[in-house]
Design a protein around this ligand. Structure first.
Ligand SMILES: Nc1nc2c(ncn2[C@@H]2O[C@H](COP(=O)(O)OP(=O)(O)OP(=O)(O)O)[C@@H](O)[C@H]2O)c(=O)[nH]1
Ligand SMILES: [Mg+2]
Length: 241
């Protein structure tokens, strides 16, 4: 029997009962020292589903994924955290691969929907969300990164050390928490690792990420972080794959 990982598997939920039912048997909770759900106020049976399976559920005083990340850091004591959203988008087979990246030296591990061999959820030919994501990622690399090109700065399926998350001192309350984390990790020159992931369709329920407000919030993060940008021209940016 292998030792459980010194890592908490953090489940981020807001009315995700359909995804949980579909995915539960494939989520490797037994491989982790702890599993903790941070819930944004579900009313669809998500909380009961988790409680029946012995998973502690932490509440948030206010809604938002950014708040949920900080609740997770405050409520855990393991070395590392993997963030997993059980809505159907994220492949549970990649959960342990993210923690493996941390163990092999990455300080931020991201499941990339745009690395070679990966796929994002959109099926229409124009893939507008993917294009916006990739543009925001390009800007973040250009302004803040000195290491190898990071192909997905926005996906929430990621892992990092708990102490590192606390050190980043994040402020974002809602969706672009991941963008802020990626940018702050880049600005500090931390090694960032990626695993190519296949993003699936939502399993049911409703999306909480409305494109326009979320897009605007990402631009606000860019502005807030701008003082930490590297001087233009002085930057050996890694190759775009
Ligand atoms: N704890 C917590 N989880 C949240 C909150 N808002 C969203 N989530 C969860 O974060 C995950 C991602 O949210 P989604 O609405 O699926 O966002 P998205 O993946 O960009 O959008 P889709 O492509 O439509 O699925 C889901 O598991 C949500 O339940 C929140 O305020 N608190
Ligand atoms: Mg989703």
């Amino acid at each position: 029997m292998t030792q459980p990982r010194d890592c908490t598997l953090v489940l981020l939920t807001l009315n995700e009962i359909d995804g949980l039912r579909l995915l539960w048997d494939r989520i490797p909770v037994d491989r982790f020292a702890r599993t903790l759900a941070v819930d944004g106020g579900s009313t669809d049976g998500t909380r009961e589903f988790l409680a029946e399976r012995g998973i502690p559920v932490a509440d948030q005083s206010i809604r938002g994924r950014g708040v949920a990340f900080r609740v997770a850091a405050d409520a855990t004591d393991t070395d590392r955290l993997v963030f997993y959203s059980p809505d159907g988008n994220e492949d549970p087979a990649d959960i342990e691969r993210l923690d493996d990246l941390l163990l092999s030296g990455a300080r931020l591990a991201i499941a990339s929907r745009f690395a070679r061999g990966s796929q994002n959820e959109e099926q229409d030919a124009l893939r507008p969300r993917a294009r916006v994501n990739q543009a925001l990622t390009w800007i973040a690399n250009r302004l803040f990164n000195t290491g190898p090109y990071v192909t997905d700065t926005i996906n929430g399926f990621r892992a990092l050390r708990r102490a590192d998350l606390l050190e980043l001192d994040t402020t974002v309350k809602r969706f672009p928490i991941e963008y802020q984390i990626s940018i702050r990790a880049m600005a500090r020159g931390w090694p960032i690792g990626e695993v190519a992931t296949i993003e699936d369709q939502r399993a049911g329920g409703e999306s909480k990420a409305l494109s326009w407000p979320v897009g605007k919030d990402h631009l606000k993060v860019l502005l807030t972080e701008l003082p930490h940008a590297r001087p233009l021209g002085a930057r050996p940016l890694g190759d775009h794959p």
